[in-house]
Ligand binder design. Structure first.
Ligand code: TYM
Length: 332
């Protein structure tokens, strides 16, 4: 078993990242110490322009946030992607395996490129090939991600299958996405049709893991909802995405099913539900925020962890890349 996943070091680590992915990273790390690699996807971040000084700072901050969330460099390999040149090297080879038609189906490119598709970077278009390289480089078997990354993982499986077939090798195992049942996709607090995202211009749309108790309570109090009370079953929330999102968040935090949460709150309005949700959120997040601030005061600890992680990652990546180069037939 090998577990691999990444996160873009732009903006803050938010509740969607945490409940959708990072909490699963910690679970897998603790169940399989020594078999997990987690990285800051700085190569992916630059598909949209990043101010250089901010990129450096947010890479360090995101690493600190992951460590505060429970990623332990003694149990997992934690590094930033740019430190391991094999990611980009494998991405080139796999970009010759991936088909243009496959990339044309990727919904994230359509969302991120917006109206000016011709003006988007080529990197934004080939982003999913780099993501495939990220996991295949380590022969990953399991990839803990939120639901929004499912399509990218399917592409990685297609690329792996075609590469294995084209070169008649069994080089890449097919990576399995690990997506949480309770909170596959956390929505924006302002708009139930959008996912909670680091890039949403409104900070009120998301709960950041370093928000203090007052701002968490304020964001939940102001979260968009409707005047109807909570129903008995989840099925009745189908047309109420904002209400459904808050119930999903509660269930994910408390470790219950959404139906169990509704059984307890059925008939009550958001006046009662929101304070309970705020309390539960603060309970989970406050200790992470405290550890995060302590780590930010020791940047050398974070930097040393990433440097050691980069070396450990390269030690795994280099022989796999060599195998790929041999399969392709490069004279070396
Ligand atoms: P990123 O940085 O957008 O998000 C990191 C992880 O958080 C999950 N996530 C969510 N889950 C539930 N609800 C949400 N609102 C939400 N927002 C984010 C994401 O699914 C992800 O698991 N392309 C990736 C980074 C990446 C990667 C990889 C992931 C690069 N290479 C290889 C896995 C394997 C991304 O932009 O994630």
């Amino acid at each position: 078993m090998r577990v691999v996943s990444g996160i873009q070091p732009t903006g803050n680590l938010h509740l969607g990242n945490y409940l959708g992915a990072i909490r699963n990273w910690v679970t897998m790390q603790d169940a399989h110490p020594g078999q997990c690699l987690f990285f800051l996807a700085d190569l992916h971040a630059i598909t949209l322009f990043q101010d250089p000084a901010s990129l450096t700072a947010s890479t360090r901050e995101m690493a600190a946030a992951l460590m505060a969330s429970g990623i332990d460099p003694a149990k997992s390999i934690l590094f930033n992607q740019a430190r391991v040149p094999e990611h980009a090297q494998l991405a080139w080879i796999l970009s010759c395996t991936a088909r243009i038609g496959w990339l044309n189906r990727m919904t994230q490119f359509k969302e991120k490129s917006g109206k000016d598709r011709e003006g988007a970077s080529i990197g934004l278009y080939t982003y999913p090939v780099l993501q495939a390289a990220d996991v295949l480089l380590y022969k990953a078997t399991h990839v803990p991600v939120g639901d929004d990354q499912k399509q990218h993982l399917e592409l990685a499986r297609d690329i792996a299958t075609k590469f294995n077939n084209d070169f008649a090798v069994e080089l890449f195992p097919l990576p399995e996405p690990i997506i949480p049942a309770a909170a596959p996709r956390i929505r924006s607090l302002r708009d139930g049709s959008a996912k909670m995202s680091k890039s949403d211009p409104s900070d009120m749309s998301r709960i950041n893991l370093n928000d203090d108790a007052d701002s968490i309570a304020a964001k939940i109090r102001k979260a968009k909802t409707d005047p109807a009370p909570l129903p008995d079953t989840l099925a009745e929330l189908a047309e109420r995405p904002e209400a459904r999102n808050l119930v999903d968040i509660y269930a994910s935090l408390s470790g219950e099913t959404p139906d169990a949460v509704l059984a307890r709150f059925a008939g009550q309005g958001f006046g009662a539900f929101k304070p309970a949700l705020a309390e539960l959120t603060v309970e989970t997040i406050a200790p992470i925020g405290a550890k995060f601030r302590a780590l930010l005061a020791q940047p050398e600890v974070v930097d040393a962890a990433l440097a050691a992680g980069g070396e450990a990652a390269r030690a795994i990546a280099a022989p796999v890349l060599a195998e790929v180069q041999a399969a392709v037939g490069f004279l070396r």
